[in-house]
Design a protein around this ligand. Sequence first.
Ligand SMILES: *[C@@H]1O[C@H](CO)[C@@H](O)[C@H](O)[C@H]1NC(C)=O
Ligand SMILES: *[C@@H]1O[C@H](CO)[C@@H](O)[C@H](O)[C@H]1NC(C)=O
Ligand SMILES: *[C@@H]1O[C@H](CO)[C@@H](O)[C@H](O)[C@H]1NC(C)=O
Ligand SMILES: *[C@@H]1O[C@H](CO)[C@@H](O)[C@H](O)[C@H]1NC(C)=O
Ligand SMILES: *[C@@H]1O[C@H](CO)[C@@H](O)[C@H](O)[C@H]1NC(C)=O
Ligand SMILES: *[C@@H]1O[C@H](CO)[C@@H](O)[C@H](O)[C@H]1NC(C)=O
Ligand SMILES: *[C@@H]1O[C@H](CO)[C@@H](O)[C@H](O)[C@H]1NC(C)=O
Ligand SMILES: *[C@@H]1O[C@H](CO)[C@@H](O)[C@H](O)[C@H]1NC(C)=O
Ligand SMILES: CC(=O)N[C@H]1CO[C@H](CO)[C@@H](O)[C@@H]1O
Length: 777
Amino acid sequence: MKNSRMDYLLQALFTLLFCFLYGTNADHQTTKSYVVYMGSSGNNGGHDTIGAVETAHLELLSSILPSKDKERLFITHIYNHAFKGFSTMLTEKEASLLSGHDEIISVFPDPTLQLHTTRSWDFLKVESGMGSNYPYPSVSGEDVIIGIIDTGIWPESPSFSDYGIGEIPTRWKGICMEGSDFTKSNCNRKLIGARYYNMQAVGSKFDHNKTRKGKPSGSPRDAVGHGTHTASTAAGAPVANASYFGLGQGTARGGSPSSRIAAYKACSLGGCSGATILKAMDDAIGDGVDVISISIGMSSIFQSDFLDDPIAIGAFHANQKGIMVICSGGNDGPDPSTVVNSAPWIFTVAASNVDRDFQSSVVLGNGHIYKGSSINFSNLTASKKYPLAYGGDIAAPSTPSSEASNCIPGSLDTEKTTGKIVVCVDTNPMVSRRIKKLVAEVAKAKGVIMINEDEKGIPFDSGVFPFSEVGNVDGYQILKYINSTKNPTATILPSVDAEKIRPAPVVAYFSSRGPGELTETILKPDITAPGVGIVAAMIPKVELGSIPYGKKSSKFGILSGTSMACPHVAGAAAFIKSVHPSWSPSMIKSALMTTATTSNNMGKPITNSSDGFASPHDTGAGEISPLRALNPGLVYETRTTDYLYFLCYYGYKDNVIHSVSGNNFTCPKNSSEDLISDLNYPSISISKLEGFHSVRTITRTVTNVGSRNSTYIVNVDSPISLGVIVSPKRLMFSGPARASFRVSFYNKGATKGYKFGSITWSDGIHSVRTTFAVNVV
Ligand SMILES: *[C@@H]1O[C@H](CO)[C@@H](O)[C@H](O)[C@H]1NC(C)=O
Ligand SMILES: *[C@@H]1O[C@H](CO)[C@@H](O)[C@H](O)[C@H]1NC(C)=O
Ligand SMILES: *[C@@H]1O[C@H](CO)[C@@H](O)[C@H](O)[C@H]1NC(C)=O
Ligand SMILES: *[C@@H]1O[C@H](CO)[C@@H](O)[C@H](O)[C@H]1NC(C)=O
Ligand SMILES: *[C@@H]1O[C@H](CO)[C@@H](O)[C@H](O)[C@H]1NC(C)=O
Ligand SMILES: *[C@@H]1O[C@H](CO)[C@@H](O)[C@H](O)[C@H]1NC(C)=O
Ligand SMILES: *[C@@H]1O[C@H](CO)[C@@H](O)[C@H](O)[C@H]1NC(C)=O
Ligand SMILES: *[C@@H]1O[C@H](CO)[C@@H](O)[C@H](O)[C@H]1NC(C)=O
Ligand SMILES: CC(=O)N[C@H]1CO[C@H](CO)[C@@H](O)[C@@H]1O
């Protein structure tokens, strides 16, 4: 799973090297895409004609462009609905000139963001069926509109049928953009909107002429599958008997099956331009969506500040307009501080395994059977065995056995490999499973048994090539068997569903972890949802070798990633919104967080993929429990002003915050980062608690959304070395009132490092659980 991070690093190194070699002269002449962010559009949002806005931006631009370069006077995207700004091509020098301008908050290079599937190459070939894991009651979510910013949509999928769904809400202002192989008739009462944007900013040379003129080229149609999968996970209509060639069979349905979908195609397989994502968010806000789901993010290695991050900027303004933004936290785990999309106004989602696995048995010549994990359509049978060899024993001439044992390209001797099942290990994480499988396939192996402790729980789709992945314990036994006999043999059976797996949920190995790198004063990620082996709608693919012999393509696919976890939460949020239409994004977020579960299906605390207890830096408040979230009792409301205080405490200047907020909000004089812990967030994170006897006190305010007359009593769960005192200990409500309480954290001799626990308010009916993380320094 480290590959994606390595890729970023390598990419960065190459870029640096390239600039070093070729850039010295041309550097300040080279233009690239920049986002120019100018803050809130205030009360004027979207009302100025786009022509007037464009003229103003062009004037600004022409004031800094050299007069001989007037042909560069153009704008790629204009942001106008909830916030102001534009994207354009600039040299570094021009960008810096522009950033000094009064009206401008930030000017930053258009970043390339990645889709949060575990591996794009895994994902390229994976397909299958869907089944939501939650038993939703029948509530109509018809009035809730979910905007999916992703790779587009495959409108013919049965998941996007509008059977039985009523008229489109009249407040909807979006459009169904036509494009190649996509007409207005592809939208319906389920898929009510579809937009697409020019994709050339990512990875290819920019064509000024194309961008400047009228309609972008392309179509809202999904050519990747990611957007179709996420959209159907959030709001897919029920489809009976869905499966991926028999795997994961069941009824496929989204989290809020009657909610409407609006698809914004801002990404291709290569990634997404930040400027385009920002445009899609601006459009979604203008169109009138209620919830925005974004399974995309920046690299965890180069995290930019909140106001240089397009998703954070767009999400802030969406929140201001009462629109909830849910994002994946990234797949750069299990290292700490890898979580992205971590602004407090974003709902940040971690991924877990569910109680289903796709298993492919390894049967050895000695009769022992090991249940590996994979999605394979192998046509091998238990009755016939094939010679079995350890990669390290069949190395190509003059190749170190350490390379062959990892099955890295060119390391296997084809003559010795032909017809055998090869055992590969994963001590060199630079080479992905897909590559190792290809290496063995090219060397004419009959199949591959992969030994990989970390990735064993994340099923890999090898198509028809026999493949199974086992952990270290089983792997050791298989290697021992190879040593024990002259003619070891084995076979690999096709995958079957393994259901009711225990324990579940388990934090997915790849899921990015907290604490947040930009600030540790807000606990991130916020919440966990299923993100491994998720069955949902997929574009039909017919690649040779990826589907079973003699079968047609599947309408469903199996994918893994925090990308898949995010739309589960978007669906759950839409579901809650449909029952409580007046609830704000922060109330819905609080409801989902304070009712999340922290125990697994064995009644024990949730664990990580190596059987250790998971911490709130892995899971946030826990695994979502949407039914309980319908009736949370109390909620923490986080208001726009709280987020403005956040920006003050984080260190932004008054004038910046004026522009961001669009009003005359002034920062308190005593702003400091520590005060962020005091914002009314549904979890608590204290980034510094000093030595013995130190105390930190914070306050929280809850709003009663449960029974009119109720009394809540507090219960604290904390490590012995950390004193936690809540005052008052009892909160009484009559009606939909608010009440505040203080929490003091005392260091009673705790060792250095994070201590975790929770504060739970209970009235005998509701349990309102607030997770805390306290860093003892
Ligand atoms: C852009 O358009 C101008 C005039 O229409 C033309 O001269 C120029 O060659 C075009 N550039 C490209 C890259 O197509
Ligand atoms: C479900 O699908 C399988 C094949 O995918 C088929 O054999 C079976 O008849 C279907 N069942 C129903 C109830 O449609
Ligand atoms: C599996 O299918 C392939 C392609 O049809 C065939 O070449 C191969 O012999 C089959 N293997 C077995 C064990 O049936
Ligand atoms: C198998 O044998 C090799 C060399 O004889 C040895 O290095 C290795 O540790 C053995 N593996 C197991 C699992 O016994
Ligand atoms: C799992 O948690 C334990 C502590 O509970 C930790 O030592 C271990 O590194 C974690 N493993 C992963 C893969 O996160
Ligand atoms: C600032 O805003 C408040 C309330 O929004 C208003 O009462 C006040 O007059 C404003 N002050 C200035 C200087 O604009
Ligand atoms: C910060 O200053 C405000 C008044 O400006 C005061 O109400 C508040 O208590 C102060 N907070 C801290 C932590 O000192
Ligand atoms: C709530 O309590 C008030 C008095 O505190 C009482 O008048 C009222 O009837 C109660 N309402 C309910 C629904 O019990
Ligand atoms: C998807 C797939 O090919 N599944 C097969 C797995 O293996 C079982 C039995 O071995 C078959 O019945 C499934 O069709």
